[in-house]
Ligand binder design. Sequence first.
Ligand code: SF4
Length: 398
Amino acid sequence: MQTYPFRPSGSPRWTRCLGSEVLIAAGKFPDTDNPAALLGRITHALAAMAFDHSCTVKAIAATHIIDTDTLQAIALDRDIRRCAETYVSTVRTMAAGAFINCETTLPVFDAGTGTTDAWYRLGRLLSVHDLKSGRVEIRAAGNTQLIMYAWAVLQYLQRIMGTHAANFIDKVQLVIHQPHNHTVDEVTMDLSAFLNEVDKVAAKRDRIKTIPLADVSKFLTPGLKQCRYCPARAECEALSEKITEALRKPDIAVVAGAVDNEALAECCEAAPLAKVWADAVLDLQYSKMRAGEVVPGFKLVDGKMGRRFWEKAEKAESLLLSTYGPEFTYAKTLLGVKPFGDEVSREEYKILAPYIGQKRGAYRVVKNSAKGDPVDLTAERTKDIAKLLPEPEDNNVN
Ligand code: SF4
């Protein structure tokens, strides 16, 4: 019997494009990664550390986290820290002292499991939270991923309480946190309304199980919400057909006054999908090359270096205080790590340099004929791991 993943995080896709889950269950498409997903995992891991240790994100001294999927050592920069801190403090405020369960992995729908970012009970309210570190706006109402997480938590509670949820829960609250957009979107509904939502998702799941692989093309439904994160999007025939159809429309762009607005409307509907497809093709190329595969005619080169930041902040602070005094140390230019300029000479910068890190930019894919040496990925990985080793004591600074 076929096993379907029915992952909650994939539900915005499989509830809209039923065939996509059939293809994935049949092993037609491998899961791909992208830099945004990686940063999301790191932000979640940092927030979970804060919840687990009942502390603020600021209090976590770690400078890097190893991503268990890719074994990359990711620097915990200001952006990741801010995003995690905003989320953690908002959940704590909303929980009003209730015990917060975080990163709970529970069974949900058949063989699938889901990891709920955070949940708690506040009296007869069950509140379930999801952190999104991306910027694409996501709403809580009708959010199938959150519905599945909340359903998994309800099932779990029913098991340990030994009674139906209606005996201890009246309302279910779903919350989406998007710190990068400065938004917290939430919806609260009665338990019966929530169970209706679960039934709708379950009906889609049941329909998917009846689709034979041979007929799958009839159940592929391209659309922005489902295709945006679909692992099949770089190779999906239904998606490329929809785009190709739009491209076949008569020339819509040129002669003023001769534009066929109906053709234009069809092209406009397909345009965001074409962008999703093009980005997916480029992401696939990047992830293959990042994994060491050769894509003929292209190479990976270093991207632009990112912004500077203080490393070993306490040692840097004590060196600055003893050398320049408090007024200068706490000057905005130094806190912003811009030590070049009128205030700090190049000689002085040499003293500060060991305490200043610089975020490495993402690699870039360029044509082989473009400037730049190809990156040696093996050497880069060794450097990443070396960063995690304890450093020798620095005796120059007290
Ligand atoms: S790319 Fe879009 S149409 Fe194709 S399988 Fe995925 S969700 Fe469905």
